[in-house]
Write a protein that binds this ligand. Structure first.
Ligand code: NAI
Length: 308
C-alpha cells in the first residue's frame, strides 16, 4: 500500500507520522513545494522508526510527482492554513489554485488513486476536485467531519466528566464554524442518550464549543491545529487500506441524498477499499434538516466563488 501526502507542513507531517506509527502501509511519500522540506520531515520521521517500532518507509520529495506514481491513496494538505481571526473560507483564493494543480499532477501519475482532500475551505476544495478531474465520486473524500466529531466527543466527555471511550457522537454538515451540525440528539454515553446526563443548556454549550473547536485552537496556537487533523486523516487512510468498512462523516458529492444535489458536504459514509462504499442516510428531524439546508447554502456560497 503506497500513500502520498502532499504538503509536508503541520497537518501533512502529523498525518504521515500517525500512518507510520499504525504500521499498516508499506510506503508513505511526503511531497512539498519547498525545496528540501519534505526530505527533512521524512528523514526526521524515519529516525523515529526504531524508537516507535514501525517498518513503514517514509520518503520526502520536492515537487517530483513521478515519485508518487501508483499511489493507492493521495492526501492533499497543501495550501495555507488560517491565522487567528480568519475563517476557513478566506483561504479559497490561494488554496483553490494549489488544490487544482496538485490533484491534476497526482492523477496523472496515479490514475486509480483515492484522493482525500484536507486543505480548506475543505468542502469547496473537495467539490473543486470533483469538478476539475474525472475521478468517480467514491474516490474523492473530504476530511472534516472525522475531526469535528473527535472534537465533539472531547467536549462531550469534558461535560460528562467521564472517559471519551464511553462517548459516541457525530458532526455532519459543512466544515466551517457556522456550518457544522453536532448531532446532540444522537450522541450517547455507553449507549444512553447524553440528554439523560446533561441539561439542554449544557448540551448547547457543548455544541457551541465544538463548532468553534478549530478557531479556539487557532487562537491559542497562532495557526491551525495538526495533531487531531493528522490523526483524523490517518483514520480514513487506514479504513481504506484495511478495508474496514468504518463509518465516518466525510464531505462527499451528493446527488439527491439528504435532499441535496451537486454539492460536497459532510454526511456519514462507509469507508472501505473503494473509498466511499456507500452514503448513510440518517433520519434527521425537522430542526436538523433545516440546519443541513442552511449549512449547504453556506457551502454553496463559497463554491460560487470558484472559477470553474
Ligand atoms: P502548513 O503551512 O503547515 O503546511 C502546508 C504545506 O503545503 C507547506 O509546507 C507548503 O510548503 C505546502 N505547499 C504549498 N503549496 C504547495 C504546492 N503547490 N505543492 C506542494 N506543497 C505545497 O499548513 P497546515 O497547518 O499543514 O494546513 C494545511 C491545510 O490544511 C490548510 O489549508 C488548513 O486550513 C487545512 N486544514 C484542514 C483541516 C480539516 O479538517 N480539513 C484541519 C486542519 C487544517
Amino acid at each position: 500500500m503506497k500513500i502520498t501526502v502532499v504538503g509536508a507542513g503541520a497537518v501533512g507531517a502529523s498525518c504521515a507520522e500517525y500512518i507510520a506509527i499504525k504500521d499498516f502501509a508499506s510506503e508513505v511519500v511526503l511531497l512539498d513545494i519547498k525545496e528540501g522540506y519534505a526530505e527533512g520531515k521524512a528523514m526526521d520521521l524515519m529516525q523515529t522508526a526504531s524508537l516507535n517500532g514501525f517498518d513503514t518507509k517514509i520518503t520526502g520529495i520536492t515537487n517530483d510527482y513521478s515519485k508518487t506514481a501508483n499511489s493507492d491513496i493521495c492526501v492533499i494538505t497543501s495550501g495555507i492554513p488560517r491565522k487567528p481571526g480568519m475563517t476557513r473560507e478566506e483561504l479559497i483564493g490561494i488554496n483553490a489554485g494549489i488544490v487544482k494543480a496538485v490533484s491534476s499532477s497526482l492523477i496523472e501519475h496515479s490514475p486509480n488513486t483515492i484522493i482525500i482532500v484536507v486543505s480548506n475551505p475543505m468542502d469547496t476544495m473537495a467539490y473543486l476536485v470533483h469538478k476539475s478531474t474525472n475521478l468517480p465520486k467514491n474516490r474523492i473524500i473530504g476530511m472534516g467531519g472525522a475531526l469535528d466529531s473527535a472534537r465533539f466527543k472531547y467536549r462531550l466527555a469534558e461535560a460528562l466528566e467521564g472517559p471519551i471511550s464511553d462517548v459516541d457522537g457525530m458532526v455532519i454538515g459543512g466544515h466551517s464554524d457556522t456550518g457544522m451540525i453536532p448531532l446532540t440528539r444522537l450522541a450517547t454515553r455507553a449507549g444512553v442518550p447524553v440528554s439523560e446526563f446533561l441539561s439542554a443548556e449544557r448540551l448547547t454549550q457543548v455544541l457551541e464549543d465544538t463548532k468553534v473547536g478549530g478557531a479556539t485552537l487557532t487562537k491559542l496556537l497562532g495557526t491551525s491545529a495538526w495533531y487531531a487533523p493528522g490523526a483524523a486523516v490517518s483514520g480514513l487512510v487506514q479504513a481504506i487500506a484495511c478495508d474496514q468498512k468504518k463509518v465516518f462523516p466525510c464531505s462527499v458529492l451528493l446527488e439527491g441524498e439528504y435532499g441535496l444535489n451537486d454539492i460536497s458536504i459532510g454526511v456519514p459514509v462507509i469507508i472501505g477499499k473503494n473509498g466511499i462504499e456507500s452514503i448513510v442516510e440518517i433520519n434527521l428531524n425537522d430542526a436538523e434538516k433545516a440546519s443541513m439546508k442552511e449549512s449547504a447554502e453556506g457551502v454553496g456560497k463559497v463554491n460560487a466563488l470558484l472559477e470553474l
